[in-house]
Design a protein around this ligand. Structure first.
Ligand SMILES: *Cc1c(COP(=O)(O)O)cnc(C)c1O
Length: 439
C-alpha cells in the first residue's frame, strides 16, 4: 500500500511513500496528512469468511491483502496475535438495531484497536534494525492505552505529552526511569499545545531522524486503518440476518472512526451508509452535506470525547470529499443529538433492551433511532458503535438508569493518580532535553 499527502499528493505521483515510511515518518513535509493512495478491494477475501471467525484470524488474513507489500502473511499473523487478545462483540437488539461493542480492550475504548495494532506493527517492522520513539499528545485520562500497547515492546520508547492537569492510570513500573520504556512528560499548556509540540518535533527532521520519531496520534495513518477491520468483522457476524439496507451509526469527535469506515467501504464492505453521530458540537454537519466548514466554539456536553471544535481528521475528510463528492453526500448522514436526548437514549437502552450504554454510544443510538423513523428505512438495520466501556462513565449512567456499573479491575487503574517524569515549558528545546535526560 502506498500513501500520499492530503495536500500535494496525487495517486501515481513521485511523492507517494511506502507503508513503512508513512508509519515511521508520519507527517508529510507539506503539512498535510497521509492517506492511502488506493485501497484494495478485499471482497474476494472476506465475503467467504464464515461467522465463526475470530477477529485475530480476520486481521491475519486481511492485513497482508490490505497493506500489500507492507506486511507479509507471517508478520501479519505475529502482529494480529500479539495485538489482539480482545475482540469486538456484536449484540442484536431487535430486527433494526445491533450494538457493536468495541470496548473490550485493555482500557475500555475503541481506540485500543488502532493503538494495539499500530504498536505491534511498529515492533515488527523495526524488528531487526534498532529502535523508534513514539511521540503522542494525550489527555490526562488517555495515556493508559499507549502505555498498555507499548510497554515491553522491543526497540520502542513511548513519550506521552500531557497537558496541565491531573494524569491518571499509569504504572510507574513502566517508566524509563524504572527500566521500562514509557516517558510521560507534562507540558505547561493545553492539549493543542501538546499536539503542536509533537508536530514541531517531528518536523525537526534531523532530530526526528536521529531518534526515529513517529507518532501514535491519528496523524499516523496506521492508527486509523486497522479500525476498518471491525466494520468488516461486524458485517460477517451479522450478514445472515440482514434483510434490507445496512448502516453504521458512529459517535464522531475527531472523525477517525468515520474515516476508517470509509476505508472499509472502499475495501468492499457492502454497506449503504454511515450516520456521523455528533452531540451539540456539530460544526462538521454542513461540511458533510457539501457546504463549507465553519468552526464553532466547543460546548461541554455529557459525551466529552465528542466535544471537538476542529476535527483532527478534517483534511482527510476534505480529501475524501474532493475525490468522491457524491459518496460523501449519499452515504454519510450527519446527526446531532443533545444532552437530554443522550440521557433518554441511555434510559431507553436499559428499559427496552437491558443494555447499559455509555453516553457516546447513546448519542449514536439516539441518532440511529431517529434515522430509522423514515418510512424507507423500515427494513434497514443499523449497527451502533459502542466506543467506550460503560464503567468509564459510571456516574452518568447511574443517573440516567439508576443502575450501578461494575468497574472491571483493569479499568480501576484509570482513576489512579500518576506523576510525569518531567514538567516542561511548551517548546521543542525543553522537550528535547527532557528526552535526552531519560535515554
Ligand atoms: C475518541 C472517542 C470517540 C470519538 O472518535 P473519533 O474517531 O475521534 O471520532 C468516541 N467515543 C469515545 C468513547 C472515544 O473515546
Amino acid at each position: 500500500m502506498l500513501f500520499r499527502s492530503t495536500i500535494s499528493g496525487k495517486a501515481g505521483s513521485a511523492n507517494e511513500v511506502s507503508f513503512k515510511d508513512a508509519i515511521l515518518d508520519c507527517l508529510p513535509p507539506d503539512g498535510g496528512l497521509y492517506i492511502p493512495s488506493k485501497v484494495m478491494d478485499l471482497r474476494q477475501f472476506f465475503l467467504y469468511m464464515n461467522e465463526g471467525i475470530t477477529f485475530s484470524e480476520l486481521v491475519t488474513t486481511l492485513a497482508p491483502a490490505l497493506f500489500d507489500a507492507g506486511l507479509n502473511p507471517v508478520s501479519s499473523s505475529r502482529v494480529a496475535e500479539s495485538a489482539f487478545d480482545f475482540e469486538p462483540e456484536i449484540k442484536t437488539l431487535d430486527e433494526n438495531i445491533s450494538i457493536l461493542n468495541l470496548y473490550n480492550g485493555p482500557t475500555g475504548s475503541f481506540k485500543d484497536f488502532g493503538i494495539a495494532f499500530f504498536a505491534s506493527v511498529l515492533e515488527e517492522i523495526i524488528r531487526d534494525k534498532g529502535h523508534a520513539m513514539i511521540l503522542s499528545a494525550v489527555r490526562g485520562d488517555d495515556g493508559l492505552n499507549l502505555e498498555r500497547a507499548f510497554h515491553g515492546r522491543k526497540g520502542l520508547i513511548s513519550v506521552m505529552l500531557y497537558p496541565s492537569g491531573p494524569i491518571h492510570g499509569l504504572n510507574p513500573q513502566s517508566y524509563v526511569t524504572n527500566g521500562g520504556n514509557i516517558i510521560p512528560v507534562q507540558v505547561k499548556g493545553n492539549l493543542d499545545d501538546c499536539q503542536a509540540l509533537v508536530n514541531e518535533t517531528i518536523n525537526d527532521r534531523p532530530f526526528s531522524k536521529r531518534h526515529n520519531i513517529t507518532s501514535a496520534n491519528t496523524i499516523n495513518p496506521l492508527r486509523l486503518l486497522p479500525q476498518a477491520f471491525y466494520y468488516l468483522y461486524a458485517y460477517i457476524k451479522i450478514k445472515k440476518i440482514l434483510a434490507g439496507d445496512l448502516f453504521f451509526s458512529i459517535p464522531s469527535g475527531n472523525f477517525g472512526n468515520l474515516i476508517s469506515a470509509l476505508y472499509a467501504w472502499k475495501a468492499g464492505l457492502p454497506v449503504n451508509g454511515f450516520i456521523a453521530s455528533m452531540n451539540a458540537n456539530n460544526s462538521l454537519g454542513e461540511f458533510l452535506m457539501g457546504g463549507d466548514f465553519k468552526p464553532k466554539p466547543v460546548i461541554a456536553t455529557n459525551s466529552p470525547a465528542l466535544d471537538v471544535g476542529i476535527p483532527s481528521n478534517l483534511s482527510r475528510l476534505e480529501s475524501f470529499r474532493n475525490e468522491s463528492p457524491s459518496v460523501m453526500r449519499n452515504m454519510v448522514f450527519p446527526a446531532s443529538v443533545g444532552n437530554d436526548e443522550t440521557f433518554k437514549a441511555m434510559e431507553e437502552a436499559w428499559k427496552l433492551y437491558g443494555e447499559l450504554l455509555d453516553p457516546h454510544a447513546a448519542v449514536a443510538l439516539s441518532a440511529a433511532r431517529n434515522f430509522l423513523k423514515a418510512e424507507k428505512h423500515r427494513c434497514s438495520h443499523v449497527i451502533v458503535l459502542a466506543t467506550g466501556h460503560p464503567a468509564r462513565e459510571a456516574a452518568i449512567i447511574r443517573s440516567a438508569t439508576g443502575q450501578n456499573v461494575e468497574i472491571p479491575e483493569k479499568l480501576q487503574l484509570l482513576k489512579k493518580d500518576a506523576a510525569p517524569v518531567a514538567i516542561i515549558d511548551s517548546c521543542p528545546d525543553a522537550l528535547k532535553s527532557a528526552i535526552a535526560s531519560c535515554v
